[in-house]
Design a protein around this ligand. Structure first.
Ligand SMILES: C[S@@+](CC[C@H](N)C(=O)[O-])C[C@H]1O[C@@H](n2cnc3c(N)ncnc32)[C@H](O)[C@@H]1O
Length: 280
């Protein structure tokens, strides 16, 4: 999924990699997506593509070994069975938070360790990152971490209305070429969907290094009547919320380079005040 281009213009090997990592990932992952697509067309266990995908991406098989923590496992539309499994899981927990594009799970796991009574779900497409997250959770004995290896765009299919206490979006792929903007996760209809999935008083938290994406995402959140602005800063570490913030993997890389972290938190309004907001 991560086929974008970041705006980091530093020097040195790490900066160069960061500046172009999305482009590199395109070359590395495009063959996987082709294979994955063809596998979905012919889902027979004997499909020779399966062996090929395993050869190319060993994490596909590794994900199967932790399947008790992977409730959905598809890059396409989740099946009815998977949706049923999700509903069963969610029904067992009073509080649920979800991180979209959770990467290797650094942030999700830290939250889950702090609050073991809350179910923590990461939606993450990449096998390796999904596997790494569950591996860490199991090493720590956490039973409140699950991965939906699914496209975050299916979030509305997987959660019911007003079922989430928090949604985190950390360092989403910026897709910053004009012709790629349509691929950004944070778009107006999607933010409205998230508003519908959050409980009143729940919140949407967003962090990025990318100033343009931040400006457009905050404008979208401000215009969504179900959300109330609580925190917006273009320099998280210099803000009153810097200390309490749990860093993500990508955040640590950007921080190490001295780049400012942009952060916003919007609270889900109560139903009645949403209606008032729409009338204004
Ligand atoms: C730039 S990385 C950030 C990872 C992590 N949030 C962090 O801050 O360290 C973006 C992550 O989102 C995942 N991703 C991108 N598009 C996605 C989508 N539509 N659904 C689920 N995951 C997605 C990528 O695989 C990648 O792990």
């Amino acid at each position: 999924m991560a086929i974008g281009h970041r705006q980091n213009k530093g020097v040195g090997w790490t900066n160069g990699v960061l500046a172009r990592y999305d482009l590199h990932l395109a070359f590395i992952y495009l063959p996987f997506f082709r294979l994955e697509r063809s596998r979905m067309k012919f889902p027979s266990p004997q499909n020779p593509d399966d062996a090929e995908i395993d050869r190319v991406n060993p994490y596909r098989s590794l994900v199967e070994t932790v399947s008790q923590h992977i409730v959905v496992n598809t890059a396409g539309r989740p099946t009815d069975d998977e949706v049923g499994g999700v509903r069963e899981l969610l029904g067992q927990w009073q509080r649920v938070v979800c991180e979209l594009g959770s990467g290797s799970g650094r942030h999700l796991i830290a939250l889950a360790e702090r609050d073991k009574d809350t179910l923590h779900i990461g939606m993450e497409l990449r096998y390796k990152r999904a596997y790494r997250t569950i591996e860490k959770a199991m090493q720590l004995g956490l039973t409140n971490v699950f991965i939906f290896r699914a496209d975050a765009r299916y979030v509305q299919m997987l959660f019911s209305a007003a079922s989430l206490d928090a949604v985190y979006i950390n360092f989403p792929d910026p897709w910053d070429k004009r012709r790629w903007l349509k691929n950004r996760l944070i778009q107006s209809p999607f933010v409205a969907e998230l508003g519908g999935l959050l409980r009143p008083g729940g919140f949407l938290s967003y962090k990025t290094d990318h100033a343009d994406y931040f400006a457009s995402a905050v404008a979208i959140m401000r215009s969504e009547p179900s959300f109330l602005e609580q925190r917006v800063t273009t320099d998280l570490l210099a803000s009153p919320w810097g200390e309490e913030s749990v860093p993500t993997e990508f955040e640590l890389l950007f921080r190490a380079k001295g780049l400012p972290i942009h952060y916003a938190l919007f609270e889900r309004r109560a139903e009645s005040s949403c209606a008032d907001q729409k009338r204004i």
